[in-house]
Design a protein around this ligand. Structure first.
Ligand SMILES: C[S@@+](CC[C@H](N)C(=O)[O-])C[C@H]1O[C@@H](n2cnc3c(N)ncnc32)[C@H](O)[C@@H]1O
Length: 247
């Protein structure tokens, strides 16, 4: 954790911006990248910094699978909306508590539905995946997340994508909505997906309604990025096979 914070601090200093702004740029770039494998040109001057923050984050995720690393970072750099005047009340569940709750909730069967309608950066759904990963890999998990705040939802999407990529051995499908759970319940919860539904992240990319991601998905750079990622994943699978004898 300290390493991630140190890199954010150094890179913010380098660009003469606040830590919060540096983290925001990291989130914007990574959010588009994990969904479309495209690097947003708008932030090209920050590419190197974002790449250093990403490396520090992924090293932390490798050491602590399923931990809400970025939520903790947001707490440390005061990027959460949790002042006494904020309507968001963003006090995220610490990993140790999320883990304990997940242990109490899990039951053994093949298909799982997990959800959090005020999911923040995803601490609870990550903990549930951790608990399920301790059981057999022969399962399918469907995850539903929702939050009023698109910023924390984007962070949840980044963490979900990298967790799936590096840790989940079971099949996972997730949906992350961006609604007011009280006033907009009908727009996402009772009538399936309608033209008012806002989807920040989803395993099925064509369902995402965020304009920046939609644009990135239809850009020529997306095809190139996707090919690169496919080859990266093949290399990872091959290396895994060489080191463990499993696929
Ligand atoms: C206390 S945090 C909990 C986050 C997460 N469930 C966890 O355990 O770490 C509450 C979350 O609810 C979101 N929120 C607040 N009001 C909401 C509303 N009306 N609809 C949907 N989400 C809301 C906030 O943005 C915040 O991320």
């Amino acid at each position: 954790m300290r390493k991630v914070l140190k890199v954010i601090d150094e890179e913010a200093h380098q660009h003469d911006i606040k830590q919060q702004r540096m983290f925001e740029i990291f989130v914007e770039m990574q959010y588009v990248f994990v969904n479309a494998w495209v690097v947003e040109s708008k932030y090209s001057e920050y590419s190197e910094s974002v790449s250093k923050i990403t490396t520090a984050y992924l090293n932390e995720l490798k050491k602590h699978p399923y931990r809400d690393v970025l939520g903790e970072v947001m707490g440390k750099i005061y990027a959460l909306k949790n002042s006494s005047k904020s309507k968001y009340c963003q006090h995220l569940t610490p990993t140790s508590i999320a883990d304990s709750v997940a242990q109490m909730l899990c039951v053994e069967k093949g298909e799982y539905y997990v959800g959090d309608i005020a999911s923040g950066t995803g601490a609870t759904t990550l903990a549930l995946q951790k608990e399920l990963s301790n059981q057999s890999n022969d399962k399918h998990i469907k995850i539903l997340m929702n939050d009023l705040d698109s910023y924390v939802s984007k962070v949840a999407v980044i963490q979900q994508e990298y967790t799936q990529m590096f840790h989940n051995k079971f099949s996972t499908f997730y949906l992350n909505y961006n609604h007011d759970v009280i006033k907009e319940w009908n727009d996402f919860a009772t009538q399936g997906i309608t033209n008012k539904t806002k989807i920040i992240g989803c395993t099925e990319r064509s369902l995402i309604t965020n304009d920046v991601v939609k644009r990135a998905l239809s850009s020529p750079e997306h095809i190139e990025g996707k090919l690169l990622m496919n080859s990266f994943q093949s290399v990872r699978a091959f290396n895994h096979y060489l080191s463990t004898g499993e696929v």
